[in-house]
Design a binder for this molecule. Structure first.
Ligand code: HEM
Length: 522
């Protein structure tokens, strides 16, 4: 080993020891930390943490250690909650203490924490941005987007008629084009729209930054020169920084220019700018405007598509469920008509399919990490304060949502896709609403601000696909149906891996209805 590497290793060991000693002396008179796998001296549980599907590892640990698990990574505490009750108790009832985020140096290096409230520590900026999200995304505000969501969905259907084998790309495009219209009044190009590509690249970098990086445990590593071995994270961070800044600034500057030229469509950005210019007390600083628009754009671009992909997979695997949902759509909407939001109250089975897609394959299994601002105790365990930028012992709590969505005590036969579980049944208590889990935990305004918008996108997307297409297994070269595997990526926002399927329009009339609807909206 070159001598500088041996020196560097010795420095790392010394720093880990200091960190462990500090945390030991701070915590020694406190109740025990929650249980968890034992780990090794100095490095703790580094080797226990799998590189992929961490949530599965956490779920298995919870079978041994119970609903609250502690891991130590180089002296940093990681706490996973695996029960709904624990998540509600800590993140909702004690929400004031748990509303902050852990410090993630990679997020700082990539610039995300300079503008994305979801990774910022709690403060004035987060409070103001939540008030503004609420203006545009509250249950009453999202009704304004119905027409837009219907029209984007109809364009998705038209694209699928032309390219039925491109569902993965086309459904992703749908999410991008809808939110770009809402946030910036930007009408996306039919293909390869620059702003949609910008968001895709940005979200790839964000997901990468969410991964495991040593620099999160040892922030001083960021000051090492880039030529030193082990500093590959610096290149990732510099690339991520360019993408995060482009996502934050470019669409905003473009919209501002259009507003000045008088060619802008009304949007979140134009309304925020107008409010700012008329001294809206919440918008104390212009930089809050791109924060709001870019966060909504980031929050929507990669999330609802995950559920739309799960829907495709579920329909390929469950033709009987698809038939039942189509029967309902045909009965309520008419065999050759496209659904709209006004049909929603009469489509309970379609609604149940939407909920079951969200439950069966959780979009963000680890949610977004919270961090307690002060030391706390829960069920006799010590929960260390963390994530203040100055301490050497940050800790964070993540809630492993998939464990809850797959808990047989909460949902019977949790691995099976059963929309019927969401239908009201006399004498049977309704299951725990998936909205209370999938969109994060916290006080009312702390969870996903886009939840109602997301549910609407998913509903109209699924109802429209059911009305227009028959979804089934693709056939192999011998004419045999191919059963896709249920396989997902292991990123922070997970998507099912590409698989073969068949998408066939249900009738000539519905093809005409799609074309007519798209033409009428143009
Ligand atoms: C299936 C779709 C979606 C899922 C599963 C989802 C999930 C989440 C989760 C887990 C959080 C973190 C909550 C927390 O613990 O603090 C979050 C935050 C957020 N989401 Fe979503 N989301 C979805 C769609 C959307 C959409 C469509 C939008 C925008 C229209 C959006 C906008 C936001 C925003 C702005 C935040 C930050 C909230 C804040 O910190 O104030 N999300 N989302």
């Amino acid at each position: 080993m070159p001598s500088y590497l041996a020196d560097a290793a010795a420095v790392v060991c010394a720093l880990v020891c200091i960190k462990l000693l500090r945390s030991w002396s701070r915590n020694r008179n406190k109740p025990p930390l929650p249980p968890g796998p034992k780990g090794l001296p100095l490095i703790g549980n580094v080797l226990d943490m799998p590189e992929v599907e961490e949530w599965e590892a956490v779920r298995k640990w919870s079978e041994t250690y119970g609903p609250i698990i502690h891991l130590n990574i180089f002296g940093t505490s990681y706490i996973f909650l695996n029960s709904y009750e624990a998540a509600v108790e800590l993140f909702e009832k004690r929400g004031a203490k748990y509303s902050s985020r852990p410090r993630m140096v990679m997020m700082e290096l990539e610039g995300w924490s300079s503008w994305l409230p979801v990774v910022m520590s709690y403060g004035d900026m987060v409070r103001r941005s939540r008030q503004l999200f609420h203006r545009f995304l509250s249950p009453s505000a999202v009704g304004d987007y119905y027409e837009l969501q219907e029209q984007s969905t109809q364009r998705m259907l038209k694209r699928l008629l032309k390219n039925p084998d491109k569902y993965f790309e086309i459904s992703r495009y749908l999410a991008g084009e809808t939110i770009l219209m809402v946030t910036y009044g930007h009408k996306a190009a039919e293909k390869d729209d620059a702003l949609i590509l910008l968001a895709e690249k940005g979200m790839d970098s964000f997901a990468e930054a969410e991964g495991f990086f040593l620099v999160n445990a040892f922030p001083w590593l960021q000051y090492l020169p880039s030529w030193l071995p082990g500093t590959g994270f610096k290149k990732i961070a510099s690339n991520g920084y360019k993408r995060s800044m482009a996502m934050y600034q470019e669409p905003y500057q473009m919209t501002k220019k259009k507003i000045q030229e008088g060619t802008a469509m009304p949007s979140m950005t134009s309304k925020l700018l107008e409010a700012y210019q008329t001294n809206d007390p919440v918008i104390d600083n212009e930089s809050l405007i791109p924060t709001i628009s870019a966060t909504a754009y980031a929050g929507a671009s990669d999330t609802t598509v995950s559920t739309m992909l799960t829907f495709l997979l579920a329909m390929v695997l469950h033709p009987d469920i698809q038939r039942r949902a189509q029967d309902e759509v045909d009965r309520v909407v008419g065999r050759n008509n496209l659904p709209s939001f006004k049909d929603r109250p009469n489509l309970p089975y379609v609604e149940a399919v939407c909920k079951e897609c969200m439950r069966w394959q959780c979009v963000a299994p680890m949610g977004v990490a919270h961090s307690p601002d002060e030391d706390d105790e829960y069920n006799g365990y010590f929960i260390p304060a963390g994530a203040t930028y100055s301490t050497l012992n940050p800790s964070w709590s993540g809630q492993n949502e998939r464990a809850i969505t797959k808990d047989p005590k909460v949902y019977e036969d949790p691995d099976k896709f059963i929309p019927e579980r969401w239908l009201p049944t006399e004498g049977k208590e309704a299951p725990l609403d998936i909205d209370k889990i999938a969109f994060g935990f916290g006080r009312r305004q702390v969870i996903c601000s886009g939840m109602h918008f997301a549910n609407n996108s998913i509903f109209i997307g699924i109802a429209s696909l059911l009305s227009a297409f028959n979804i089934s297994k693709a056939l192999d070269e011998h004419g045999q149906p191919i059963t896709p595997k249920v396989e997902y990526t292991s990123q922070f926002i997970r998507h099912c891996k590409p698989f073969k399927y068949s998408l066939i329009p249900r009738s000539e009339e519905i093809v005409k209805a799609v074309h007519q609807a798209v033409d009428a909206a143009n």
